[in-house]
Ligand binder design. Structure first.
Ligand code: C2E
Ligand code: MG
Ligand code: MG
Ligand code: MG
Length: 289
């Protein structure tokens, strides 16, 4: 009986695995043509100065709509893009497109924004990232200090010498470097000190149950203090309610983004937001977008 059960489990397991492999392959095949078929777009999530309420920048986030698969979430397709190497093309596109878009808004007379772009570890390792960044800045005319590259801890966990060289070249260009999803990786502290990044983004996992959860409250406060001690700008991501907002502002977190203020917006919706807010950013709590 046990044997039969074991075999059934095994069959069930392999069937599930096959289904997963097939799904992965289907996503990969469709993703291969997504760029040339203009199925990819960038959405932009506004970031606010928590003390003044000023709109200070945005994070560019990839969106994929396929006619067959429908809307596919980045959590599903970014991993596939990394495994297949497609992320090299997608990431390069996202970099150029976000710089272009921000300057396009500015040429329309809308306020100038900072923009943050996510960079995959694969892109960091294989692409000539500094050359791409330099080209994107030159082509768009975006001043380097207004571009921030969001890296994850896995990027820095690799060959230290190689990472050092790439980071130094990026810094020489004048772009800002952020540590994304801080607190979810490992050995974070030594990396922060060693690589002297500009910005620390507290992962949503620590924000979601603030201020009620004592552990996460203590951690959030510690991370904010550490960022300050290291001269880094602290950004909280995933702020969904006023209690979280108040807590973070009270404890001196510099910048925030989250559904409380705005979901990631399509380019036209972001332009409309910029138009509404005008040149002078109003003070006080950020207005819901
Ligand atoms: P991330 O870089 O940490 O981006 C923040 C994610 O949190 C985004 O998910 C955003 O929509 C979501 N978010 C923002 N505010 C809230 C909130 O208040 N509540 C909740 N529940 N979520 C919030 P998204 O757009 O689905 O992207 C997921 C991840 O996919 C990103 O995490 C990033 O790691 C990756 N990704 C997205 N676009 C790109 C890209 O262009 N390149 C690369 N390499 N990765 C990307
Ligand atoms: Mg990010
Ligand atoms: Mg993040
Ligand atoms: Mg994330």
């Amino acid at each position: 009986h046990a044997k039969a059960l074991g075999r059934n489990n095994y069959q069930f397991f392999t069937a599930a695995m096959n289904a997963r492999v097939r799904e992965h392959l289907e996503v990969e095949n469709r993703l291969r043509q997504a760029l040339s078929r203009s199925e990819l777009t960038l959405h932009y999530q506004p970031q606010f100065d928590l003390a003044s309420g000023a709109l200070v920048g945005c994070e560019a986030l990839m969106r994929w709509h396929n006619p067959i698969l429908g809307q596919v979430s980045p959590d599903k397709f970014i991993g596939v893009a990394e495994d297949s190497g497609l992320i090299l093309h997608l990431g390069e596109w996202a970099l150029f497109e976000s710089c272009r878009q921000v300057m396009d808004w500015e040429h329309q007379g809308l306020p100038g924004l900072n923009v943050a772009v996510n960079v995959s570890a694969v892109q960091f390792r294989h692409a000539d990232l500094p050359a791409q960044v330099q080209a994107a800045l030159e082509q768009s005319g975006l001043p380097a200090e207004r571009l921030e590259l969001e890296l994850t801890e896995s990027v820095l966990a690799e060959n230290r010498e190689q990472v050092r060289i790439t980071l130094d070249r990026l810094k020489q260009l004048g772009v800002r470097l952020a540590m994304d999803d801080f607190g979810t990786g490992y050995s974070s502290l030594s990396y922060l000190k060693h690589f002297k990044l500009d910005t620390l983004k507290i992962d949503r996992a620590f924000i979601s149950d603030l201020p009620g959860c004592d552990d996460h409250a203590a951690l959030a406060v510690a991370i904010i203090g550490m960022a300050e001690a290291l001269g880094m700008t602290c950004i909280a991501e995933g702020i969904e309610n006023a209690d979280q907002h108040d807590f973070l502002r009270w404890h001196g977190c510099a910048v925030g983004q989250g559904f409380l203020f705005s979901r990631p917006l399509s380019a036209p919706d972001m332009a409309a937001l910029l138009e509404r807010r005008g040149e002078a950013a109003p003070h006080g709590a950020p207005a819901a977008a």
